[in-house]
Design a protein around this ligand. Structure first.
Ligand SMILES: *[C@@H]1O[C@H](CO)[C@@H](O)[C@H](O)[C@H]1NC(C)=O
Length: 244
């Protein structure tokens, strides 16, 4: 019975191609389909060059300006080269989150494998860029300036752990929040449905009102979580711009 709540997270194979490498399969799943759809939608819709913007163009300009200020505030002039990356990241995640709010639509961002894949590759990218920019001086981010030298081994250990755990927290935050929200949807609407099918028509108004509230909350969460992901990515990219 509880499994039904998790059915919405199931990965379904749509197209399977037997690959050359032994047992490895290349599969196109519902998750891949949503990602392709998200990219396609924004590829088609992220445009507008009117001097007086239409409604859609205003939304696009708002997103553009907001992400640009996030990148500018955290990375300064030198970090402007990362703006296209952060904007694409935001559009990708926000599109997946928002599409996922529709009934029967699969949300790839509820899977840690997707979000952790993103966050781990961002951390690997930041590390590589840091070493490319600052050579071995990049290691100095693992030792806070001005701390007594006696504490160095201890501090370096702590800072290394916190550096690595960025990748985990960034990905897990997004997946956990989104999947909790979707589970909440399933549980409370199941509750309302059970009440209705047992004849408790008046009482079922309460879970329905809660559903409305949670739907509004989740609409905000879909955008906020994508924004937080990009904000933290911009902060982490700061290590490749300046050593503190
Ligand atoms: C998701 O995170 C937001 C804060 O960013 C929080 O307000 C909300 O309650 C969380 N959702 C769930 C289902 O925990």
């Amino acid at each position: 019975m509880f499994a039904a709540y998790f059915d919405q997270f199931n990965i379904v194979r749509l197209i399977t191609i037997q690959a050359f490498l032994g047992d490895w399969l290349v599969t196109f799943t519902n998750s891949s389909m949503m990602m392709v759809l998200a990219v396609t939608i924004f590829w088609l819709l992220l445009k507008g060059e009117k001097l007086i913007p239409s409604r859609w163009q205003s939304v696009m300009e708002l997103i553009y300006l907001n992400i640009r200020s996030v990148v500018h505030d955290n990375l300064g002039k030198a970090g402007q080269k990362y703006f296209p990356f952060v904007l694409c990241l935001f559009l990708f995640i926000v599109m997946l989150n928002v599409l996922g709010l529709f009934p029967y639509v699969f949300t790839p961002t509820v899977h840690i494998v997707v979000t952790f894949g993103l966050s781990l590759s961002i951390l690997i990218g930041v590390t590589l860029l840091g070493f490319l920019t600052f050579k071995l001086n990049f290691l100095s981010i693992l030792m806070p300036g001005g701390a007594p030298l006696v504490l160095a081994p201890f501090l370096v250990l702590i800072e290394t752990l916190s550096y690595v755990s960025r990748a985990i927290s960034l990905g897990v935050r997004l997946a956990a929040n989104l999947s909790a929200g979707h589970l909440l949807f399933a549980i409370i609407s199941g509750f309302a449905f059970n009440m209705l099918s047992n004849g408790l028509i008046v009482l079922s108004v309460f879970p329905m009102l809660i559903m409305i509230f949670i739907t509004l909350l989740e609409m905000a969460v879909a955008v906020i979580q994508a924004y937080v992901f990009c904000l933290l990515t911009a902060i982490y990219l700061g290590d490749t711009v300046a050593l503190h």
